[in-house]
Write a protein that binds this ligand. Structure first.
Ligand SMILES: [Zn+2]
Length: 176
């Protein structure tokens, strides 16, 4: 496996990490009824709070949505020169992915923002833009982000097809 690919997978894993407690909490509290009825089965405010704010799932989610843990680990990474051991940059990109999620969520929550500097501070910020709330440009955000995702996937697909078409001619030219 190429080093670049390993780092990419690590970055994606780090980017997913903060939402793992909410996913697990949703499965635990709602499970089958969520799969059947979707968000409507989450009407109970208590359940939403248990998934996102309090209890074992919610509070772990709050801790993982803080920029403090990944920043502290990045600081240790630099102090202990872990880059010398982490040659494929797996740990580094895991931490970048994690930090990126915390910052992205911070910038895209009008309500329900989680404190970015927990446990140092409970300060939250109500962003004018929400990634889901139609009262805060949620629809526009959805449209723009999904167009960008589509373009990115199309570009990756084109690159992949081009490299596939190139490789056979390269190998055949080596074998006269
Ligand atoms: Zn999140």
């Amino acid at each position: 496996m190429r080093a670049g690919r390993a780092a990419g997978i690590a970055g994606a894993a780090g980017a997913i990490l903060p939402d793992v407690p909410a996913i697990a909490g949703t499965a635990y509290y709602i499970g089958p009824s969520f799969l059947r009825e979707g968000w409507s089965s989450m009407d109970s405010e208590k359940v939403v709070e248990a998934i996102y704010v309090s209890g074992p799932f919610g509070s772990t989610g709050v801790a993982l949505h803080s920029a403090v843990p990944p920043l502290a680990l990045l600081l240790l990474y630099v102090i202990f020169d872990l880059g010398r051991r982490d040659r494929r940059r797996i740990l580094l990109w895991f931490l970048f992915g994690w930090l990126g999620h915390a910052v992205a969520d911070f910038l895209t929550h009008a309500d329900n923002a989680r404190p970015l500097f927990w446990p140092l501070s409970d300060w939250t910020w109500a962003s004018p833009v929400s990634y889901y709330d139609p009262l805060h440009y949620g629809k526009e955000f959805f449209l723009i982000s999904h167009v960008l995702i589509f373009l990115m996937m199309a570009a990756l697909l084109v690159r992949w097809i081009r490299s596939r078409n190139k490789n056979p001619t390269e190998t055949s030219s080596k074998n006269p």
